[in-house]
Design a protein around this ligand. Structure first.
Ligand code: NAI
Ligand SMILES: O=C(O)C1=NCCCC1
Length: 312
């Protein structure tokens, strides 16, 4: 029977229910299934985007069906390229879980916490696989929502000797540093921030390259999270060409990533291929993981929130 009440799970509840310790294994499993391209495991098209030209943004629709797991889900996400100093949020999202048998929506939940936690968790998975095991220095470029979630998960699961941050505004970087539960070095330039860094996370709204290959230490791992449109960049061609390039989804990367499309580089593997053991993790080389964000990540995260809610 589908006569169950529609469940609404608000932001503070998603925040209470989601923990990286449980989220990361669910996402590893989901990404591995995604890369198998088995339609009984995952059906997930590249997201549909509707440009909001007047508002410098887009509405993204991100559906996913996992038949074997009984998960049917979609996220609605709006993203705005806010001007510097704007206090308006750049991302807003809602996730809907449906009953695959009846087609009814069984739960509607906040999607912002899911978006910033699952994105950071996927970056942490890429770092677990591609970062050198002796990594000491983490650099985060950008000081927004994603910067905070990346700081949280990276310092929760790895141990670094130094964490550095950079923002275009030193004041914003100082405020960001003050909001964290640990020491960070605020850097005045990207070059200073990334010099000698073992892992670099780019989480900016930039549409032009901010990270240049000439500054990146050979063997470093770069997790590139921003620049999600085909004409937007965060990384320059030099870096793209000197790195072994991993992505979350080949189709998404070839449709949405300016860093991939405009540099003309070859994609070496999906991160799910490395999880499945079908492609190697080239830890000794400079690596880039280009993340676009996938509906399957939202589906796995939303199901975890739902499972935890039912346990309470
Ligand atoms: N790969 C994925 O799964 C996801 C990617 N994203 C992307 O991550 C990025 C960050 O998202 P949020 O932290 O939510 O945004 P946010 O608005 O909270 O933070 C953005 C940061 O970028 C900085 N910034 C803005 N323009 C810049 C420029 N031209 N150069 C350098 N820095 C600049 C801002 O000062 C701020 O520190 C966005 O590009 C967004 O599209 C967001 C969600 C999921
Ligand atoms: O995966 C997501 O969710 C998003 N990715 C790019 C920017 C908007 C949200």
């Amino acid at each position: 029977c589908n006569c169950i009440h529609l469940l609404i799970i608000w932001e503070h509840e998603v925040r209470r229910l989601l923990h990286y310790g449980e989220l990361i294994p669910r996402l590893e499993t989901a990404l591995g299934k995604f890369s198998k391209r088995n339609s009984a495991e995952v059906i997930q098209p590249v997201r549909t985007t509707v440009p909001l030209q007047k508002h410098s943004g887009f509405l993204g629709v991100m559906p996913c069906y996992m038949e074997n797991d009984g998960i049917l889900c979609t996220k609605l996400v709006s993203f705005y390229k806010r001007p510097a100093g704007s206090t308006l949020p750049s991302t807003q999202a809602t996730v809907m879980l449906l009953d695959p048998e009846y087609g009814n929506v069984k739960a509607v939940m906040d999607g912002e916490v899911i978006t910033f936690m699952r994105t950071a968790a996927v970056s942490a998975i890429s770092a677990k696989l591609l970062m050198r095991p002796d990594a000491e220095v983490l650099t985060i470029l950008g000081t927004g929502k994603q910067a905070k979630s990346h700081y949280n998960v990276f310092t929760e699961i790895f141990q670094f000797k130094e964490v550095r941050v950079w923002s275009r505004s030193v004041d914003r970087a100082d405020t960001f540093a003050g909001s964290l539960n640990g020491p960070v070095t605020v850097c005045k330039s990207v070059e200073e921030a990334v010099k000698g860094a073992d892992i670099i996370v780019t989480v900016t709204r930039s549409t032009e390259p901010v990270l240049f290959g000439q500054w990146v230490k050979p063997g470093a791992h770069v997790t590139a999270v921003g620049a999600c449109r085909p004409d937007w960049r965060e990384l320059d061609d030099t870096l793209m060409k000197q790195a072994v390039v991993y992505v979350d989804s080949r189709e998404s990367a070839m449709t949405e990533s300016g860093d991939i499309i405009l540099s003309g580089v070859e994609i070496f593997a999906e991160i799910g291929d490395v999880i499945n053991g079908t492609k190697p993790a080239c830890r000794e080389k400079t690596t880039v993981f280009k993340s676009l964000g996938l509906g399957v990540e939202d589906a796995a995260s939303a199901q975890l929130v739902y499972d935890k809610w039912k346990q309470c």
